[in-house]
Design a protein around this ligand. Sequence first.
Ligand code: SAM
Ligand code: SF4
Length: 331
Amino acid sequence: MSERLIDSFGRVHNNLRISVTDRCNIRCFYCMPADHVQFMDRQELLTFEEIERFVRIVVPLGVNKLRLTGGEPLVRRDLPQLVEKLSSISGIRDIGLTTNGILFGEQAQALFDAGLRRVNISLDALDPAVFREVTRREGYEKVVESIHTAKQVGFNPVKVNAVAIRNLTEDQIVPFGHFARDTGVEIRFIEFMPLDADNAWERDKVLFGHEIIERLSSEIAPLIPIGQADPNAPATDFEFADGIGRIGLIASVSQPFCSQCNRFRITADGKLRNCLFSMEETDIKSLLRGNATDDEIIAAIRNSIAAKNEGHEINTASFIQPDRPMYSIGG
Ligand code: SAM
Ligand code: SF4
């Protein structure tokens, strides 16, 4: 293996998140504008062949974990074909997908057959009215059905991502706790981050992780932290004291995990980002399309990783929200 991707703080980067589109079939308010979204031109999107070449370049640098995301990755046509290409690359030991679940049910088997095993389905509310308020679209039933289909088809683990928002989703927490216990699906609560397209994030809207744990512990059963299988995972995992039901917390605002970060991202239009919150990007697409050699691309990747900041500054007065909202970065 060539020298790994290590930044100036000693963090080793083995985890690449690949956005395959900025398009989406719903409009979560914490991510996208309600209407008139300016999507990327289709010819700006990296082709599956370009994504595959990029992955083949980073695997010898130590990358062994991939996650496909977007936008909504399943609105990109023929996604199972990309999964198949990537899962056949020797050195990749883990491919995950993050999806809003609307189209997952109908593609689950094809994705599984292509080699996908891990899926995170996003669902912020078990109350359909709250779902509609968050997403500004219909589709609740399909998402819930997809969660069950994922289990039936054999995906493991199946996790649910739920963004926690004050004055909106508090009442969903306890029902989600029961859902985790009844289904065996881990619910991962994510603190609302300042990456919305409307620039309407406020600290007061963040429902903090410790509040969620306190509520579940007092209303269902005590939650006990469990050891991390992967020390670089952003989530802290808990189990109810009676051993039934798991809860994860991604407390990016109240307990940043930047010091363990092993992730970098490529956007659907081929820009490398060393952090969700970074202000600079490296244009990999121009290199891929401009006949750059693998070594030239590796040099660009190394420069990007070397320039990674120590951490995000959400909790400081100097924080500036990046221009790209979540749907265009790839969450
Ligand atoms: N469309 C897919 C989905 O929703 O799962 C994949 C892309 S989405 C950007 C990835 C994850 O980011 C989702 O779980 C979503 O809830 C989360 N997310 C989006 N905007 C967020 C924000 N401002 N703060 C916290 N999480 C956010
Ligand atoms: Fe679409 Fe996912 Fe953003 Fe919701 S969070 S608008 S599903 S990309």
